[in-house]
Structure formats: structure tokens, C-alpha cells
Design a protein around this ligand. Structure first.
Ligand code: GLC
Length: 717
């Protein structure tokens, strides 16, 4: 997918003219919110307030002092569920529905998407983010942002950067080396800015390498605005600002929420004291007004909230939820034949309390919600007795086992909930809460026709996974979770999900196990670029289910890829065509995944660089009827073969003083003077498959490069 040219912010706009007419105090007033969700009004010039609204799973709109939304919202699948769809087009449809609802609530800025990465299974907000992989995250974020902004609402990509734990999130420092920052944690933000043209960025609460992001000139002025050319608005996370002059000089524009504390009048005073150039204040005020102008917010104040509950939005959310459900294992049980069922047992807490989203600012109150138990009873009708036993607590396990015997099937819906997975806290265990593991083992032992549905936002331990006849991962899939789940269980929808994150065998195997969360206020990203599957592959660790894994009710054959060339030179792009056929008897969807394996991947090269075994670089989802075939077109630019070299100024300085000979036992130089994206020359392998562990075909391309960094203007994809 070639990058589009970033939509330029109009230069001579009304905003620029307005800034020229504002007093210093009026400009400063615009740099801070006036309450939780609104920017300042400037009556003298007829500038209305601009309303902002959370969040990634739905437009919350205004909230009570306790943070409870005042009106209902469409609740689309959460980030991880969207990630599990691997379907940018579907994500775009869902995001557009959220944007429409934002406008119905008078909000023209949506505080979404969340593009932090699933660094560790216990991060409280994993559910809100898309994936462990930066490319999957980036592609879905671009689709989300383009759809929201295409509906006339500004998207706000968040939280820049290194917000992968909640414990002491306002004070801890995410200590991330530059190569890991660039290749992983900054990559989705780079795509959001350079490919999607996102209009707003939200800084994170945490420090990065000791510096609070709102105060970090290297990140904001240097990377975001200088390197990537971002010309939109930079806002804080809520109550995330503690300094005035440092943040202003770094490039922060807007303090949220109001009333002003470190910006507003304090910023005016800093300008008068000569600590901040007035030109920087002009920029900040202009960024606020340009954002307002770009989304039509200069002409009228926000209206009353009037959210609609549309049938088409319900249908879309249901389709999106089914596309996010991952069939991890199926030993002949699914789909269930509704006509043959006379008595089934339903157990587990989430059968009556499904987790449709996680806790915190992403939580919305849906227009309505159903439970899996309700929907099963409704859909199976009077011909099938649906017995329910939650199975919790004393005697619950025993009752459940007794009821399981003799049932035509058992459906165990287990998982977490917003009190277990949410904002401002991390989980302390990967195990299912309470005695759910015992419940699952008990009913699986009592009835071999047991399907287990794990309803969680992040990985959970699956100690009983070999003992159930079928296993589904159902993320926080939004308001239509229950209907979509039953659609899948009864075969009326194909389970379209593929894992956006590895499911580890045990927590101790996780990449960040030794460095999560913070210790003495520091989170050391010690695993470097080996996030997720990159770690398990480099360490040869077994996993419960690999990144990208997911079964369908039909089968597919992926044929050998055809390459537009077998070499790739500077400035060139490679097209990869992959044939796919539905070889089964039902319609279904397949996700063709393309990984790049660099020369020497998985081992340290002579320069000491450790390249992952392979990295996801492109993917496409196809929907095929039985016997239907298609050709998937993928495209790779030079960045797909590149890594970030932090350069080695020390070595060159030492060489200048005391030259030592260096044996270049490697095609690429061991030491580089300039930091940047580099490609090591040599044969790279293109691995095509249906998961990181299920590669169908390999091809080779010879890539030139090595000496000079890639042109920074090259698109990131
Ligand atoms: C929260 C979240 C952020 C959200 C904001 C407003 O603390 O970190 O994602 O948009 O505050 O609720």
C-alpha cells in the first residue's frame, strides 16, 4: 500500500488570520481546556468552544463528574478485537460509525485510536490497543484515522509514546533504546502522521528515558514535527502536564482538561517573562484554531447530544465482532448443529456478564446489550433446553459437572471484565479470575463435547486447552458480542479472527517478564525490538497459540507468491502476488500474511545487531466462497527491509584520536556515523503464510543497500 501524500493544513486559513487578531491572553486561553471536554470560547472574535470525546470503542461524549457517560453510544469491538479482524476496510467502517456518533454528540475531535503495543500480557489497557506487532497496529490505525477524518472528525492518535503499563503511569520512565523506539513503539505514530495525516496527537503520561513527553523537545519538535512534518495539534493526556516553558518550547499546544493549570494564564506569564517566545504561543493557538477550522468547528458551538441507535450500526458491529472471534482449536465440535441439539449446558461468569469493553476512558454505555445465555435461548428456541449453571464458588464446580454429563454440548463462557482489565491498573496474574480454570477442567472432564469461549481483552493462561473439543478467543467485541458469538457457534458466521497477539504458554515466557511494570520508577524495555512473536521465535520458546493464528470453518490453500522482481534497488517497490483458494465446503475468510526474514535473522550480526527471525511486513484478508480463488496483491517498499541504526559517534570520535583497524566480516559496515534507516545488502526471504508459525511458501529477493541511510522522505510502508 503506497503512502498517500499527507493532506496539508491550509496555510493562509481563517485560523492564521484569527491568531493575528487575538491578544496575548486570548491566545494563551486557547492553549488550555475550560473543562473536561471543551476548549476555550473567545466571544470577542466569535470563536466557539470545540468539544472533544473519548474513545476508541465508541463516542462517549460528555460524562458525569464520576466519569459516567451521560448518553449511550454505539460500542464497537475494542482495539484488540479490531486487531483480530486483520481487516483495515472493516475497521474503517466501524471507525466511521463512531465518528458519526461523535458528531451526534457535538464532538468534532475523537480521542482515538490507541496505538501503543501489547508489550506484556498484564498491561491493563491491552484491550484498547490493536496488537503486539507495530505493522499490524500501524495499518489498522491508518484505516481508523482516515475513516474518522473522512467523516469530518479529527482523530487523535495516542499515547505518544511508551505507554505500555499502567502502574505509576504518571511518574514511571519507559526506558527504551532508540532502535526499539523507532522500529516498534514510534512506528504506528509515524504511519498515523505520514500516511494517514492524523490531525491531533496525544502525549502519554509516562516519561521516556527520564523526560516527560510533553516536555520532550527531541520527540515533539525533533521527531514528530521536524522529521515527520506533523503540523497538527499536540495535546496532553488528561492532567498529564506539569511544566509550562519546557512543554511550550518542546511543541505542546493544548493542556487538557481545563481549567488551566500549567498553560493558559501561566503560559501567558511565561511569554511575558521571556521564557517562551510569543511566536511559539502563536503556533499553539494557531494549531488549536486550525484543528477547529479543519473540522468545521469555527462556525457554531457544540450542539446537544442526540445519539442515534441505528440498525445498520448494529449490523456492522455484529459483523465486525464475528470477524474478530478467533477459533483457536476445533476437534470436530464446531459449528454446532442447532437442529440436533436437545439439551445444552451453559456455564461461566461471562455467559451472563459478557465483557464488551474494558474499564476506564474507553468504556461506553451501549444503547443496549444482550448476554450469550439470552441469545442462545432465543436462537435455539423451545426445541432445545438451555440449562444454565454459573459454576462458581462452593458446589458450583460439582453442580456444573453433574449437569454437563448427558448434555448434547457444553458451552463455557469464561474470561475477565472491566474490573480486571482497565485503565490505571495492570493485572497481577494471567490466570482467569476466581475458580474458572477449575470450572473449565471440570466440565471438559464431564463432557467431551465442551466448547470454551475465552472473553478477555488480553492473553489468559489456558492450562486446560488440550482438553476441550473447541476453543474460541472472543475479545471485548462490543455491544453485539453475544449475537456474533452465537452466530459463530451455530455456523451462521465464520470465525474471522486471527491472533493479533501471541498467547504464551506461561507468563514467565513473555518478552517483558523481567521488566514489567516499573521498578524504582523505571520500566526497562530490556527485550529491545524482540516484542511478541519476535521474542518467542528468537528464543525458540513454545507458545500456546502463535501470532496470526486462527482457524476457519472451511479450509484454504495459499499458493506460491509471484514477485514483480527478484532484486530491489534504491527507491524501488516490490509487488508480491499470492494465490489463495477456498478448498472447503463453506464460505470463509483467510488472512494472507507476509513476513520478511533478513539475512542472518535471529542472530547477532558482526556489528552486534540482533535482527528478528522475521517481521510482519504486509497482509491482506480475503473472503472466498467454496472453491473460489483470488490473488492477493501485496507491496513492499525499502522500509520493509530496513532497521534503525542508532549510529556510533563514539567510535568515530575514538577513531579520530586513536585509529584501530576493523575487520569488516560483514557486508554492512559495523559502525555508522549517521543514524537512520538502513538496509543490509543481501538475500532477504519473503515468508507467506497464515500465521507466524504456519508459513506456506518462501521466496527470495536480493536487496541492495548498506552504506547510506534510506531517504527519510521514503514512505514508512
Ligand atoms: C485518560 C486516558 C486517555 C483519555 C483521556 C480522557 O486518562 O489516558 O486515553 O483519552 O484520559 O479521558
Amino acid at each position: 500500500m503506497a503512502a498517500t501524500v499527507r493532506p496539508e493544513v491550509p496555510a493562509a486559513s481563517r485560523a492564521a488570520a484569527l491568531v493575528g487578531r487575538l491578544t496575548l491572553d486570548e491566545k494563551a486561553a486557547l492553549t488550555a481546556g475550560v473543562d473536561s471536554w471543551h476548549t476555550a470560547v473567545i466571544p470577542r472574535l466569535g470563536i466557539p468552544a470545540l468539544r472533544l470525546s473519548d474513545g476508541p470503542s465508541g463516542a462517549r461524549g460528555d460524562t458525569s463528574p464520576q466519569g459516567v457517560p451521560r448518553t449511550p453510544s454505539i460500542c464497537i469491538p475494542s482495539g484488540t478485537a479490531l486487531g483480530a479482524t486483520w481487516d483495515p476496510d472493516l475497521v474503517a467502517e466501524a471507525a466511521a460509525a463512531v465518528a458519526r456518533q461523535a458528531l451526534e454528540k457535538g464532538a468534532r475531535v475523537l480521542l482515538a485510536p490507541t496505538v501503543n503495543l501489547h508489550r506484556h500480557p498484564l498491561w491493563g489497557r491491552n484491550f484498547e490497543a490493536f496488537s503486539e506487532d507495530p505493522v499490524l497496529t500501524a495499518r489498522l490505525a491508518v484505516a481508523y484515522i482516515r475513516a474518522v477524518q473522512g467523516a469530518g472528525v479529527a482523530a487523535t492518535v495516542k499515547h505518544l509514546v511508551g505507554n505500555e503499563s499502567e502502574f505509576e503511569r504518571n511518574t514511571a520512565s519507559s526506558d527504551i533504546d532508540e532502535r526499539t523506539l523507532r522500529e516498534l513503539y514510534l512506528l504506528p505514530f509515524e504511519h498515523a502522521v505520514r500516511v494517514a495525516g492524523v490531525l491531533a496527537v496525544m502525549t502519554s503520561y509516562n516519561r521516556v528515558n527520564g523526560c516527560h513527553v510533553p516536555d520532550d523537545a527531541r520527540l515533539l519538535a525533533g521527531v514528530l514535527r521536524g522529521e515527520w512534518g506533523f503540523r497538527g495539534l499536540v495535546m496532553t493526556d488528561w492532567f498529564g502536564l506539569s511544566r509550562t516553558a519546557e512543554a511550550a518550547r518542546a511543541g505542546l499546544d493544548l493542556e487538557m482538561p481545563g481549567p488551566a493549570r500549567s498553560y493558559g494564564p501561566a503560559l501567558a506569564a511565561a511569554v511575558r517573562a521571556g521564557e517562551v517566545e510569543e511566536a511559539r504561543l502563536d503556533d499553539a493557538a494557531r494549531h488549536v484554531l486550525e484543528l477547529q477550522e479543519r473540522v468545521g468547528g469555527l462556525d457554531a458551538p457544540p450542539g446537544e447530544e442526540a445519539p442515534l441507535d441505528r440498525p445498520e450500526d448494529r449490523a456492522l458491529t455484529r459483523r465486525c465482532a464475528a470477524a474478530s472471534i478467533v477459533l483457536l482449536a476445533n476437534r470436530g465440535l464446531l459449528p454446532l448443529d442447532a437442529g440436533a441439539l436437545r439439551r445444552i449446558l451453559v456455564v461461566g461468569p461471562n455467559a451472563t456478564r459478557p465483557a464488551i469493553t474494558g474499564g476506564g476512558s474507553a468504556l461506553v454505555v451501549p444503547h443496549y446489550r444482550l448476554t450469550p445465555l439470552q441469545v442462545l435461548r432465543d436462537r435455539l428456541g423451545p426445541g432445545c433446553e438451555v440449562v444454565h449453571e454459573e459454576g462458581a464458588g462452593e458446589g458450583g464446580i460439582r453442580r456444573a459437572a453433574e449437569l454437563a454429563r448427558g448434555a448434547d454440548a457444553v458451552i463455557a463462557v469464561v474470561g475477565t471484565d472491566p474490573d480486571v482489565e482497565g485503565e490505571s491498573f495492570d493485572r497481577v496474574s494471567m490466570d482467569l479470575p476466581g475458580d474458572q480454570d477449575a470450572l473449565v477442567s471440570s466440565v471438559c472432564g464431564a463432557n467431551p463435547r465442551t466448547v470454551v469461549v475465552v472473553n478477555s481483552g488480553a492473553p489468559v493462561s489456558l492450562p486446560w486447552r488440550e482438553g476441550c473439543a473447541a476453543l474460541l478467543q472472543c475479545y471485548f467485541a462490543g455491544q453485539e458480542l453475544s449475537s456474533a458469538l452465537v452466530d459463530v457457534l451455530l455456523g451462521e458466521a465464520d470465525p474471522g479472527g486471527r491472533l493479533p497477539t501471541t498467547l504464551p504458554v506461561r507468563l514467565e515466557h513473555a518478552p517483558a517478564f523481567g521488566s514489567f511494570p516499573s521498578e524504582s520508577s523505571h520500566v526497562r524495555y530490556a527485550e529491545g525490538p524482540l516484542i511478541g512473536y519476535r521474542w518467542y521465535e528468537a528464543r525458540h520458546l513454545p507458545v500456546a497459540f502463535p501470532f496470526g493464528h486462527g482457524l476457519s470453518y472451511t479450509t484454504f490453500e495459499i499458493g506460491p507468491p509471484k514477485l514483480s522482481a527478484t532484486t530491489l534497488g534504491p527507491g524501488e517497490r516490490l509487488r508480491v502476488t499470492v494465490p489463495v483458494r477456498n478448498t472447503g465446503g463453506r464460505s470463509g475468510s483467510e488472512v494472507v500474511q507476509l513476513y520478511v526474514a533478513p539475512p542472518g535473522g535471529g542472530r547477532r550480526d558482526p556489528g552486534g545487531r540482533l535482527r528478528p527471525v522475521k517481521e510482519l511486513r504486509a497482509f491482506a484478508k480475503v473472503h472466498l466462497a467454496p472453491g473460489q480463488a483470488a490473488e492477493v496483491e501485496l507491496e513492499l517498499g525499502e522500509r520493509a527491509f530496513a532497521y534503525w541504526d542508532v549510529a556510533d559517534a563514539d567510535w568515530f570520535a575514538l577513531q579520530a584520536r586513536h585509529p584501530v583497524s576493523v575487520t569488516h566480516g560483514h557486508d554492512a559496515p559495523l559502525h555508522r556515523e549517521r543514524a537512520g534507516w538502513y538496509v543490509d545488502p543481501g538475500v532477504h526471504r519473503l515468508l507467506v503464510g497464515r500465521s507466524s508459525a504456519d508459513i506456506a511458501h518462501a521466496a527470495e529477493v536480493s536487496v541492495s543497500g548498506g552504506g547510506e541511510p534510506l531517504d527519510p522522505s521514503l514512505p514508512p510502508d
